[in-house]
Design a protein around this ligand. Structure first.
Ligand code: DQA
Length: 149
């Protein structure tokens, strides 16, 4: 059975493509979802792709991953820098979580340097734009020992 990965996207990522393209590029979230499905297929993974602007819905999605998914790739958007609730949710589920950002959060404003996700994540990928998603899937496949289809 293929390992199943939840790709969870937080606030404002639904606007990708027209949101600050100089920072986030012109790729839409729909394009990224298609990229993830293609990449997952070559890695022997299946993916569920979810986006929400609401912190509580993201917490619920993390809880809901238990027993269904084998790992989570999380771009928590601005909640990365504020949400103890997301950090606690990740600590509460026994699943590997890879933190992802399109932009290099460490090269931006000081308030983006702090991540509440990082201490409870398997690792962090940032600064590679939309390519970060397939990179994170590759890292997750290696971590899980997934076998290519
Ligand atoms: C982001 C970085 C965050 O600081 C920002 O609030 C976002 C997007 C990224 O993907 O680069 O919404 O997570």
């Amino acid at each position: 059975m293929a390992h199943s990965i939840l790709i969870l996207n937080g606030p404002n990522l639904n606007l990708l493509g027209r949101r600050q393209p100089e920072v986030y590029g012109t790729t839409t979230l729909g394009d990224i979802e298609a990229l993830c499905h293609d990449s997952a297929a070559t890695l022997g993974l299946s993916v569920e792709f979810v986006q929400s602007n609401s912190e509580g819905a993201l917490v619920d999605a993390l809880h809901g991953a238990l027993g269904i998914h084998h790992g989570v790739i999380l771009n928590a958007g601005a909640y990365t820098h504020t949400s103890i609730a997301l950090m606690d949710a990740i600590s509460g589920i026994d699943l590997p979580v890879i933190e992802l950002h399109l932009s290099n959060i460490h090269a931006r404003e000081a308030f983006r340097h702090r991540s509440f996700v990082a201490p409870v994540a398997l690792g962090q990928i940032c600064g590679f734009g939309a390519d970060g998603y397939p990179l994170a899937l590759r890292a997750m496949a290696a971590h899980l020992g997934a076998t290519p289809a």
